[in-house]
Write a new protein. Structure first.
Length: 163
């Protein structure tokens, strides 16, 4: 079994889409661990605020199968295939880590945005503080402690998980 870390984000009906994504992830993966939900300003474009979180899970799937599963979940919840990168979205699901795999194909692992997006690093540090980044060999808590928190506005929010 591989341990994976997943980034979830939405700024179109975000509460509904995060809840729906978690139901789907729970169906496909084992032992979900959830970070807090964080609200952040849009990065890279002017848009409404995003809700973001990180989920850890266990899987027997290959990296390719995991990514394919995420793309299907995104599409099932209204994400348009081939839409602009920096634009509002119903659901964005990214594989951040697959065990300690370092690769460029089929996707880049670990995902580069771990090191520069607060909305990924803070929730990752929350659920895996002592885990080391497989390239920079620092814990996620250390990386978060050293992160320039003036770069991006981000704050934890109360989130009602009842459907």
């Amino acid at each position: 079994m591989a341990k994976i870390f997943i980034s979830l984000g939405s700024n179109i009906e975000p509460e509904r889409h995060l809840k729906a994504a978690l139901i789907d992830l729970d169906y496909h993966f084992d032992e979900l661990e959830l970070s807090s939900v964080f609200e952040s300003e849009a990065v890279g474009f002017d848009g409404t605020n995003f809700l973001n979180m990180v989920v850890a899970a266990q899987t027997e799937m290959s990296i390719e199968q995991v990514v394919s599963c995420f793309k299907q979940i995104e599409q099932d919840h209204g994400r348009v295939k081939g839409a602009k990168k920096f634009a509002p979205r119903t659901l964005d699901i990214d594989l951040l880590l697959y065990d300690d795999v370092v690769s460029t194909l089929p996707i880049e692992l670990p995902r580069a945005e771990i090191l520069y997006n607060a909305f990924v690093l803070w929730p990752l540090a929350e659920i895996a503080p002592s885990l080391n980044h497989p390239v920079v060999q620092q814990s996620y808590q250390t990386l978060w402690d050293n992160y320039d928190k003036q770069q991006q506005s981000l704050w934890p929010i109360e989130f009602n998980w009842s459907v």
